[in-house]
Ligand binder design. Structure first.
Ligand code: ZN
Ligand code: ZN
Length: 284
């Protein structure tokens, strides 16, 4: 399969899975339907970028993904994204999209640049200045749109050579959004998936990706009966948690979509005081 076809197939799987899960988890129906609309836009943007075949869009061979942003290609696509959010989002977000669509290019460049340079990074590493100038709704308007572009640039980049296990994405320095356990040998191998560009890198199973804790008794794992293939991997040292999709338990799971359905796990983690390392697009 060609890379474009493979990617389109992946986007289609995310959308189909949202439909499957909406049937299984009625409480997640509305957020899954909205998420599916966002994925459709990402798929369109991805096809658009690929069809342009612009040499400027081939990412840097080495170095950081964040040095690449091409507004000449991105800006003409942005009004379509804002209009779709206005149509499908819950009211406060729809209103923010309507407001943004009237603001025009200079405001869009400022917003997209702000997220592109600092989104997904650890607030502490940015001296707490990360994204302070934009609110959660604006952050969504940048993140939802740029995710497709970040995935595109990330895939065009060469694989980074790793001499240790990085805690942040080796392509863009973002925090991990999810863990993914993929079948390997008798068990599962753990990968971390980047919250900014969706790149995956291998990570040790018994190790907190936030603080480096490696004592097993400090790393509780919670699995709810309702989601046997999703693990809440906590850390009692830093009180953070990673949500991990276990593909050894459900081979049909699509990590980013299954994550959107797991709303009760967010509530559980909050109740027990484990903050998510990096929340998903819908803020859960
Ligand atoms: Zn990344
Ligand atoms: Zn920790």
């Amino acid at each position: 399969m060609k890379p474009l076809q493979k990617k389109i197939f992946e986007y289609d799987r995310r959308i189909e899975r949202a439909d499957e899960l909406a049937g299984r988890y009625p409480f997640a129906k509305a957020p899954l339907a909205f998420y599916a609309e966002i994925v459709k836009l990402q798929k369109e943007l991805y096809s658009e970028l690929t069809s342009k075949q612009d040499s400027r869009l081939i990412g840097p061979v080495d170095g950081n993904l964040r040095s690449e942003i091409d507004f000449a290609i991105l800006l003409p696509e942005y009004p379509k994204f804002l209009a779709a959010v206005e149509r499908h989002a819950p009211r406060p977000l729809a209103a923010a999209a309507a407001k943004a669509s009237h603001q025009g290019s200079p405001a869009w460049v400022a917003l997209l640049n702000s997220y592109w340079t600092r989104g997904g990074k650890d607030p502490e590493s940015c001296g707490n200045s990360s994204l302070r100038d934009i609110d959660a709704l604006q952050e969504f308007l940048a993140r939802g749109f740029l995710l497709g572009y970040a995935e595109y640039v990330s895939e065009a980049m060469s694989e980074p050579t790793l001499d240790s296990t990085p805690y942040l994405c080796p392509k863009c320095d973002s925090l991990p959004l999810l863990g993914v356990l993929r079948p390997e040998g008798e068990g599962g191998k753990r990968w971390l998936r980047c919250g900014f560009c969706a790149h995956e890198w291998a990570f040790r199973r018994i190790l907190c990706p936030s603080c480096g804790e490696e004592r097993e008794e400090k790393l509780p794992v919670y699995v709810a009966e309702q989601f046997p293939h999703i693990r809440v991997e906590g850390c009692d040292t830093c009180k953070r948690h990673l949500r991990t999709i276990d593909l050894t338990k459900d081979g049909n799971a699509v990590p980013e979509t299954d994550d959107m359905a797991a709303i009760p796990l967010t509530l559980w983690a909050q109740e027990y005081g484990y903050a998510r390392i990096f929340p998903n697009l819908l803020g859960a």
